[in-house]
Design a protein around this ligand. Structure first.
Ligand code: IMP
Ligand code: MG
Length: 177
């Protein structure tokens, strides 16, 4: 089956360039701190893998899973955190790596979870920011690209669990949804 996209929104080489820039910035911001970088499964897996390879500081990594309930293309606000963590959180500087911040409910729930666990400092790095749909007071500390209110897939992001393996970010055709 061929992919049927409306358009490619962000090309592979554009993502690669931006991830390197983010890695440099994060490395310089955390030179004197021990950092724990969290991959929020499943969507941020590709971004996370590229981002940690662009860091020039030693870091620890860990994983967490979040699921939200809602329609097929938007969140209801009810977010469940499924804790897979094995690293100690108390007193840690934590960087949450997310694929996309939309309403902000998911990342806010995860941020609160890490604060409750006693993290010293929690920041958010998102590949994509969709500020038009924000329903919380979340502002990512690091953001790759600001995008309009369109449903995107690829580079980790899915529609019905498909398209995560694409190396670029695309907008789906209405007929595909
Ligand atoms: P929020 O809780 O509304 O901020 O939604 C965040 C989560 O919804 C992200 O972690 C994604 O998994 C998913 N999401 C939001 N927008 C998109 C999109 O355009 N494509 C794919 N997934 C999305
Ligand atoms: Mg996600």
């Amino acid at each position: 089956m061929a992919f049927d996209f409306e358009k490619i929104l962000i090309e592979k080489h554009t993502i690669e360039k931006r991830v390197i820039e983010l890695g440099k910035k994060i490395s310089s911001d955390y030179t004197d701190k021990e950092l724990l970088v969290i991959c929020i499964l499943k969507g941020s897996i590709l971004f996370f893998a590229d981002l940690i390879r662009s860091l020039s500081i030693p870091v620890k990594i860990d994983f967490i899973k979040a699921s939200s309930y809602g329609t097929r293309t938007s969140t209801s606000g009810e977010v469940k955190v499924n804790d897979l963590l094995s690293e100690k959180i108390k007193g840690q500087s934590v960087l949450l790596v997310e694929d996309i911040v939309d309403s902000g409910f998911t990342i806010k729930r995860i941020l609160d979870f890490f604060m409750e666990q006693g993290a010293a400092d929690v920041r958010v790095c998102t590949l994509l920011d969709k500020p038009d749909r924000r329903a919380t007071d979340i502002k990512p500390d690091y953001s790759g690209f600001t995008i309009p209110d369109e449903f995107v897939v690829g580079y980790g992001m899915d529609f019905d669990q498909k398209y995560r393996n694409l190396p670029y970010i695309a907008v789906l055709k209405e007929t595909e949804k």
